[in-house]
Design a protein around this ligand. Structure first.
Ligand code: NAD
Length: 421
């Protein structure tokens, strides 16, 4: 497979589109359909006026991009960050469509974001931004239309505010309008751990494939937020040796293995893993290049690029974050024989349990944590096998296999619905 070139390697949309183009060519997908699926259905831009604590009025830019409703309502997170762009949200929305199709759940893809720096906002300001954003996009969301969820810098509280705002406008409580809610407001058992657990489930499958044991497997995790900390904790409990962890402020490395329980306590106090005494300090870039068996980038996008891919020493890459690897880096990892479990498979545990939450809210009947975890495992294992077998059958790497499988499923639904009528 040749190097995938992009004009702007760091553009999430371009990386998505470059892989999409390779996949549709291999699928020999109809040109018109490919053109349709390459672009989102709808892009919403809102300008959110918010009264700040100082008494000043500030206006924040917000986005919601809905990529596809071919297989069901749109589904996708909302992120808050100072550098959020429409291009990034557009790329991530398309990835959500492919992700939902890879795990075969009845959703299309969407993504949302607000350009703001949560670390500089009070809780009251964050609540007002969230409520006004929800009100601005209200006509386009809802259980049957588009169901938001948490993402970077948003959490259960953000979803509770969104659910309340939506419900106030509907004049009755609508729990199924967002997922990732607190348990007491229609949330699901196992949702908080779901993305990290999903990463472990697919990693376990790779272990089985290569005849490896957890105990002899050294793991490095970049990112110690929702996804990274849960992945590290669950993998540590399951017997993997976690030798390195990093977050935005720095990292810690110990080739003998880190005590993740103690690291969680340290991170809770210090708000960072940096400074954990039972290991050596390391930067959050250096950690990616350390010798290990499994690397879990679970922080942010575009951390593995054409510049550092040749220095990645891991044999297995479990993409906990969305789009952590750029398209040009794919080829380098493939040439080096790295077994890549792509984001749209590896981190699909989150959206899968979000699907369970949506189902439970609509039924008004809630499942035990055991049921959630078992059903998640069944779905992730089936998706792993689907992707790996598809790749072997079509002689493509796991990422292109996942894209081909997903695009094929979405295209099939569109054809069944009769787009050409
Ligand atoms: P989060 O905000 O809870 O945590 C992000 C973590 O990454 C923090 O520990 C932060 O310090 C760290 N980080 C930021 N910049 C870094 C850098 N340069 N180097 C090292 N660490 C850095 O976010 P999250 O919910 O854990 O999401 C992480 C990634 O996983 C994102 O790409 C997100 O889109 C993706 N994802 C999240 C979910 C979910 O259920 N939360 C599901 C699927 C995918």
């Amino acid at each position: 497979m040749s190097l995938i070139e992009t004009e702007n390697e760091l553009s999430i949309y371009e990386s998505m589109a470059a892989r999409f183009d390779v996949a549709v060519e291999k699928l020999k997908l109809d040109d018109g359909l490919a053109h349709y699926l390459r672009k989102p259905n709808r892009e919403i831009i809102v300008h959110i006026p918010v009264a700040m604590e100082s008494g000043r009025l500030e206006v924040f830019d917000g986005y919601r991009v809905q990529h596809s409703i071919a297989r069901g309502p749109c589904k996708g997170g909302v992120r808050y960050a100072p550098d959020v762009t429409l291009d990034e949200i557009r790329g991530l929305a398309a990835e959500m469509t492919w992700k939902c199709a890879v795990v075969n759940i009845p959703f299309g893809g969407a993504k949302g974001g607000i350009v703001c720096d949560p670390s500089k906002l009070t809780l009251g300001e964050l609540e007002r931004i969230t409520r006004r954003y929800t009100a601005e996009i209200l006509d386009y969301i809802g259980p049957e239309r588009d169901v938001p969820a948490p993402d970077m810098n948003t959490n259960e509280q953000t979803m509770a505010w969104m659910m309340d705002t939506y419900s106030m406008h509907m004049r009755h409580t609508v729990t199924a309008c967002v997922t990732g809610k607190p348990l007491d407001l229609g949330g699901s058992h196992g949702r908080k751990e779901a993305t990290g657990r999903g990463c472990m489930i697919v990693c376990d499958q790779a272990m089985k494939r290569f005849g490896r044991t957890r105990e002899n497997t050294r793991v490095i995790v970049q990112g110690f937020g929702n996804v990274g900390s849960q992945a590290a904790r669950l993998m540590h409990e399951a017997g993997y040796r976690i030798i390195g962890v990093a977050d935005a402020f720095g990292g810690v490395f110990n080739s003998r293995g880190l005590d993740i329980e103690a690291l969680l306590l340290h991170a809770n106090e210090a708000r960072t893993v940096k400074g954990f005494p039972e290991g050596e300090a390391i930067t959050n870039q250096e950690i990616l290049e350390q010798d290990c068996d499994v690397l879990v980038p679970a922080a942010k996008e575009s951390v593995i690029t054409s510049h550092n891919a040749s220095r990645i020493k891991a044999r297995i890459l479990v993409e906990g974050a969305n789009s952590p690897t750029t398209a040009p880096a794919d080829h380098i990892l493939f040439e080096r024989g790295v077994f890549v479990i792509p984001d749209i498979l590896a981190n699909a545990g989150g959206v899968t349990v979000s699907y369970f939450e949506w189902v439970q809210d609509r039924e008004g009947y809630f499942w035990s944590e055991n049921d959630v975890n078992e059903r998640l495992k069944n779905i992730q294992v089936a998706a792993f096998n689907d992707v790996v077998q598809y790749g072997e059958r079509h002689n493509v790497n796991n990422r292109i296999a996942a894209y081909m499988l997903a695009i094929d499923r979405v295209a099939f639904s569109i054809k069944l619905r009769g787009i050409y009528a």
